[in-house]
Write a protein that binds this ligand. Structure first.
Ligand code: 6PG
Length: 508
């Protein structure tokens, strides 16, 4: 049905999508607010030896760009631009040229409420705005990403055959990693949750890296081998972030990297040694999927301490200037050597602890999707989310997908992932390992926010005697908060409902 596509935004993602669509046989028109980006794409085609089935034409004016797509009855656009204001500005410029039947795929990481606002804005024009998560970075954008489109079902079904060709394919079943997610902003919401899980996983893995390096005194190659081993079999089998983690550990500056790669170092040092411990969101843009995910967990009452701890670590890391000053005052010098007698056994304990934190991240992200889906009436199928996360995306982990997918496809109503037998079995089974690792790290001043938050998560999510009994009494004392009584009918009527009992704690 689609013979051509207009790609808006020729940054790293947009340019790779341009090539991928041309490879699929589409004639691609590409435009960017910054003409230099268009030049870059066109130069890249000239210098690369790649042959495409379709054509690629770059445009510097929006009018010519839109006109170039007029051959077909309906036009398909792929937006790959920064969320918020830049996306609004581009939409503002192109809006006058849009016509009934046009379909726009917004492949940026956009806040789902803005997606819904744009859907409403374009509906009277008969234009469909589809908020579509695109995961896997620029490499997957070129070779096949994981896609989560949300919006008008009919419009999505019309582009689905093309998206299925484009998307990554699950290695086992060959199924494409794309599906209709749900109406409104559901697609971008699912991508936001993917990125929340991604944050939890990234933190757990980097914490394991620091434990092995600073605590156990392991060299980068040895750590890389451990990551490879973890990803080879067992609960973390085929976990993408471990696989690339192993690559990072082994990578020496002996060959020039591709793209923006740094130069050759004749001494062959590790690239990792050049990387500062500083993860920023963006220079002047502190919002984005991780922040939205944390905001959403709080406003929808989903406890997600692993995701939150990971994000706050990232925020603190970005404020490196502040840290340089505070470190002198606090006089805490980071992780001390662990002096382990049985290093091998501890590394296995660490693997299980990392698995617990990763599984906790999945629980938190999936529970957020389930809660939002129910409240927004999106009807998102969690089993299908796992299906699209099987390849192409950052959080892909074959063993976890194999465990969760069959249960989630069967139990479409599930709200609490920890009620799945296999999940509770594994959280229970790795609890002691997690405890041992967090204990040791506490003793040795290793920085492990996601691991320790996961430990607390498992502890409090599975407890019926929380310290909050006392918190509730204090709140009733000073604020007539009103509490529930144990053993009385309606003891637990559900979420966020205040109890019927108040006690006058302070006699008049
Ligand atoms: C993905 C990633 C990607 C992510 C960027 C930047 O699924 O490919 O999640 O979309 O957003 O790597 O991440 P931040 O927005 O967190 O800086």
């Amino acid at each position: 049905q689609w013979k051509s596509i207009g790609v808006v935004g020729a940054g790293s993602m947009g340019s790779m999508m341009t090539f991928a669509f041309a490879e699929l046989g589409l004639d691609v028109s590409v435009w960017d607010v910054d003409g230099r980006n268009v030049d870059k794409v066109m130069n890249l085609i000239k210098t690369s030896k790649e042959q495409f089935k379709g054509t690629i034409t770059g445009y510097k004016t929006i009018d010519e760009f839109v006109r170039s797509l007029d051959g077909g009855r309906r036009r398909l656009f792929m937006f790959s631009i920064t969320h918020g204001k830049p996306a609004d500005e581009v939409l503002g410029r192109i809006k006058k040229d849009l016509k009934k039947g046009d379909v726009i795929l917004d492949g940026g990481n956009e806040y789902y409420r803005r997606t819904e606002r744009r859907q409403e804005e374009l509906r009277p024009l008969g234009v469909n705005w589809i908020g579509m998560g695109v995961s896997g970075g620029y490499q997957s954008a070129r070779r096949g990403p994981s896609l989560s489109p949300g919006g008008d079902r009919q419009a999505i079904e019309q582009v689905l055959p093309l998206l299925e060709l484009y998307a990554a394919k699950d290695k086992k079943s060959g199924k494409p990693c794309v599906t209709y997610i749900g109406p409104g902003g559901a697609g971008h919401y699912v991508k936001m949750c993917h990125n929340g899980i991604e944050g939890g996983m990234l933190s757990a893995i980097c914490e394991a890296w620091v434990i092995m390096h600073q605590g156990l005194g392991m060299g980068y190659d040895e750590i890389g081998d451990a990551f490879t081993q973890w990803s080879k079999s067992g609960e973390l089998r085929n976990t993408f972030l471990l696989d690339i983690g192993a690559d990072i550990c082994h990578r020496r500056k002996t060959a020039r990297g591709v793209g923006r790669g740094e130069g050759v170092d004749p001494a062959g040092g590790y690239v990792l040694d050049d990387v500062l411990d500083k993860v920023v969101q963006d220079d002047d843009d502190t919002e984005g999927t991780p922040l939205w995910a944390i905001m959403e967990t709080a406003s929808r009452h989903v406890s997600a301490p692993t995701l939150a701890a990971a994000h706050y670590l990232r925020i603190a890391s970005g404020n490196r200037n502040q840290r340089l000053r505070v470190t002198k005052k606090l006089d805490i010098h980071g992780c001390r050597p662990f002096q382990m007698r049985d290093k091998k056994t501890f590394i296995e304990t660490l693997r299980r602890a990392v698995y617990a934190a990763i599984l906790a991240s999945y629980c938190q992200g999936l529970e957020l999707i389930a809660r939002a889906s129910k409240q927004e009436k999106w009807d998102v199928d969690l089993g299908k989310c796992i299906q699209i996360w099987r390849a192409g995306c950052i959080i892909q982990s074959e063993a976890i997908a194999d465990m969760l997918q069959p249960v989630l496809l069967q139990d479409v109503q599930i709200m609490n992932i920890k009620l799945i037998d296999e999940v509770s079995r594994d959280l229970h089974g790795s609890y002691e390992a997690l405890k041992e690792v967090v204990l040791k790290c506490t003793e040795m001043d290793a920085c492990v926010p996601a691991l320790s938050a996961s430990l607390e998560y498992i502890k409090y999510e599975g407890s019926t005697s929380l310290p909050t009994q006392f918190m509730e009494a204090e709140m009733d004392y000073f604020g007539a908060h009103a509490y529930w009584k144990a053993g009385q009918p309606g003891e637990d009527p559900g979420l966020v409902k205040k109890g019927p009992h108040h006690y006058e704690w302070k006699p008049a």
